[in-house]
Design a protein around this ligand. Structure first.
Ligand SMILES: NC(=O)C1=CN([C@@H]2O[C@H](COP(=O)(O)OP(=O)(O)OC[C@H]3O[C@@H](n4cnc5c(N)ncnc54)[C@H](O)[C@@H]3O)[C@@H](O)[C@H]2O)[C@@H](O)CC1
Ligand SMILES: [K+]
Length: 517
């Protein structure tokens, strides 16, 4: 539990509740602010050499943290100026205390203070921001951007929504952001992730026990969340115990489903069968060695696929990569998807399996009866959930909020939704969500999604009853996929992903022992 706690993501509201709970548990609010300010000052001292600093303090407790930072950097011998946007009377008792502790001048709040500033400490607004910045607050940010002055943000860059990662309006990108206690979704979701720069999470003395009462439903993806369920081969195991994944392969883009099949093999499916239309059968059979290839006769591919599925040993199915969308292929892809779903067995739907239901997504959503993982990128997501951003449940300020969209999609469909991108969100129909943060840009390469589908179906084939839930299998697949790309480095192509996985799995296995201690 202790490890998982580190991955918790708190919304700004939950963070305010954590703050209150800590105070109720006996931690003085003054100490929290002092610790927050010290954490920021320490991080600045560790990264920058002595330079001329301007601390911009806002009207709330984010500004309070700023007063502390100013005092500490001044004590460290740095030239510090402070500008305050707010009124003394409205400061909280803690912020007022640290305002009075500041020995220097308080500059007028105008863009002129940016003259001869080498570094800005942005303590204007943090978790309390609820709308776009206007007037003087906004002008200052515009000018910081125009002058390209380095920024260290306190908690979040001012103007960033900690819940969604969206900008309320203008945001000055930070080189460093120091946040407190736990991350927020907005630190991981784009554009927030890019606007934060380097992110430091500082312990300010809030006891982890306050998390219990917060009903947290979002985590940063990490093995701590799912390693207990990871299906390591057992000594007494047999290939049949490790499941049998069935992958549908289309007629033209045969590379895609081959990558899926290879991904499933590498991640530990006991057996993988690729079922392909007879026209393409020879291509598959020649190219694949460890993977079996089943023939689907012309014009009765879906029926043959159904017949294959009469064999209960196929316990996880993947459809989508290279399935085909042109002309009659689209109808065939739809039939294959529905044949897979009606079995109620664990199914992963990707790419064409989703796009084939464009214009008629309800047919797909109604057919989901068993464990299912959908892995759309944004384009595919829009085809299956075209009205999502109009939903009354969407955040009114940020209708493109990825976390909420993925959660609503999971709830509506009953499937685990993996909404892909540089900040992939994995959402469960029960409201839990994981945000992935380990994917490097190298992963944006053709075929990488096909391998991800393979990783997930391979994990699912190893048993959803005793083994991984679809939610955990999806989170594990996405994390391992990112980790492989990270450890492989530059020059990555999709083929490398399955083949480099064993190295990552070995390292992960070693790490597992440290988790268990
Ligand atoms: N655990 C915690 O929660 C802790 C929080 N601390 C700091 O406290 C911050 C949160 O403090 P607050 O809740 O006071 O929030 P903020 O300091 O972010 O700002 C709140 C103030 O801004 C006003 N405001 C909101 N949107 C505005 C807009 N668009 N234009 C102008 N004014 C606007 C509000 O009316 C309120 O007066 C955190 O970000 C963090 O920096 C730290 O002091 C230590 C502990
Ligand atoms: K800030």
């Amino acid at each position: 539990m202790e490890h998982e706690h580190k991955q918790h993501l708190l919304t700004p509201n939950q963070m305010a509740m954590a703050d209150k709970a800590a105070v109720a548990a006996g931690v003085p609010a003054m100490d929290l602010m002092a610790a927050a300010g010290k954490a920021v000052a320490d991080a600045v001292l560790a990264r920058w050499s002595r330079c001329s600093v301007l601390v911009l303090c806002g009207p709330g407790n984010n500004g309070g943290d700023g007063f502390v930072v100013a005092t500490l950097l001044h004590s460290a011998g740095w030239p510090v100026r402070l500008a305050f946007l707010g009124s003394m009377e409205q400061l909280s008792p803690e912020a007022a205390h640290f305002f009075h502790a500041w020995q220097g001048d308080v500059e007028g709040y105008s863009v002129d203070v940016l003259e001869q500033t080498d570094l800005v400490i942005d303590a204007l607004f943090g978790a309390g921001l609820t709308r776009s910045l206007a007037g003087k607050a906004r002008d200052m940010l515009d000018e910081i951007i125009a002058r390209d002055i380095p920024v260290c943000a306190v908690d979040v860059p001012s103007g960033l929504d900690g819940a969604t990662g969206a900008a309320f309006g203008v945001v000055a990108p930070a080189e460093l952001t120091v946040t407190f206690f736990r991350k927020k979704p907005g630190h991981l979701l784009f554009p927030g992730r890019a606007l934060c720069g380097e992110l430091v999470v500082a312990d300010i003395g809030i006891p982890a026990a306050v998390l219990e009462a917060l009903d947290i439903q979002a985590w940063e993806n990490s093995p701590e969340l799912w390693y207990r369920d990871y299906p390591w081969p057992r000594l007494d195991g047999h290939k049949f115990h490790r499941g049998h994944a069935l992958v549908y392969g289309g007629e033209n883009m045969t590379g895609a489903s081959r990558l899926t099949a290879r991904g499933a093999m590498r991640i530990g499916a006991g057996l993988v069968t690729l079922a392909a239309p007879i026209k393409a059968w020879a291509v598959y059979a020649t190219a694949l060695t460890g993977v079996m290839v089943a023939k689907l006769e012309q014009s009765q591919e879906a029926e043959d696929f159904e017949e294959l599925l009469l064999d209960p040993r196929y316990n996880a199915i993947a459809v989508g990569p290279g399935a085909g969308l042109v002309g009659f292929e689209r109808i065939r892809t739809r039939k294959i998807v529905l044949a897979a779903l009606v079995t109620g067995r664990a199914t992963v739907l990707d790419a064409d399996a989703l796009s084939a239901f464009s214009g008629d997504p309800q047919t797909l959503l109604d057919a989901i009866v068993g464990p299912c993982v959908m892995t759309p990128h944004e384009g595919e997501f829009a085809r299956i959930f075209p009205e999502m951003n109009k939903s009354p449940e969407m955040n009114k300020n940020h209708r493109d909020d990825k976390l909420t969209r993925a959660r609503l999609a999971a709830k509506q469909s009953g499937a685990v939704v993996v909404l892909k991108g540089a900040d992939t969100v994995i959402a469960s129909p029960d409201g839990r969500a994981v945000i992935n943060s380990n994917a490097p840009a190298d992963l944006a390469t053709g075929g990488s999604g096909d391998v991800l589908t393979g990783f997930i179906v391979g994990l699912l084939s190893q048993g959803t009853s005793q083994g991984m839930s679809p939610f955990n299998a999806a989170a594990a697949g996405v994390w391992l996929h990112g980790e492989v790309a990270n450890t492989f480095g530059a020059g990555l192509i999709a083929e490398d992903l399955p083949d480099h996985l064993p190295k990552v799995l070995s390292a992960f296995k070693t790490r597992l022992f440290t988790f268990k201690k």
